[in-house]
Design a protein around this ligand. Structure first.
Ligand SMILES: [Zn+2]
Length: 200
């Protein structure tokens, strides 16, 4: 049987089924409250699904590349590592990741880029685009050229402008409220910490 096409609705259902997108009333690490909690690791923990999502994102990125042969896909560790690996598998190139060294995102572990080498930068979730921008800077600092950017999920409502063409699999609104302005608290419910519910 052909796998179902990855539309907005089927991805939303998939993320829900895998416990990657929880609905309820959550206390985020930022201290804000939200009716949704997103944990991409819960879809990426399935290697077959990770490969499929990577192939789908690669398929959406390919038209942006205009036939350019990408040399590497680069993502920020830790959340982006598997995304880079799977998109790279689909594009037939290297999958690399950046890490912080003295506060600056950089390519470590013997990862190198050729001068002018075309690179795609990806991550699991784009919220403000901050970490993607840091990875783009790390790539440029090593002589690479960022041809496009991608993410599994875009929480920015498509608003983030990285100065390069960008694609995502799932545009998702994840509202967040300060505790004293949380409509869920106002309706009498208590927030829970994500991960406090056992799931496997
Ligand atoms: Zn609340």
């Amino acid at each position: 049987m052909e796998p179902e096409a990855l539309t907005h609705d089927s991805l939303l259902r998939l993320f829900g089924e895998r416990g990657a997108l929880l609905q309820g009333h959550f206390l985020l690490t930022s201290g804000l409250h939200s009716p949704r909690y997103l944990q991409c690791a819960r879809v990426l923990m399935d290697p077959v699904l990770a490969t499929r999502l990577g192939a789908e994102l690669a398929g959406r990125l390919r038209p942006l590349l205009g036939g350019t042969m990408v040399g590497a896909v680069v993502a920020p560790a830790l959340g982006g590592v598997l995304v880079a690996h799977e998109v790279a598998r689909a594009l037939g190139c290297r999958g690399l990741f950046t890490e912080r060294q003295d506060g600056t995102m950089t390519l470590r572990r013997g990862f190198t880029l050729d001068p002018g080498e075309p690179v795609v930068v990806v991550e699991d979730v784009i919220t403000t685009g901050g970490s993607t921008r840091e990875v783009m800077d790390a790539v440029t600092a090593r002589g690479g050229r960022v041809a496009a950017a991608g993410s599994l999920v875009d929480r920015s409502g498509g608003k983030v402008d990285l100065g390069v063409p960008r694609r995502t699999l799932l545009e998702l609104e994840v509202p967040a409220y300060p505790a004293d302005a949380c409509p869920l608290c106002a309706s009498g419910s208590k927030p829970e910490k994500p991960g406090s519910r056992a799931a496997r």
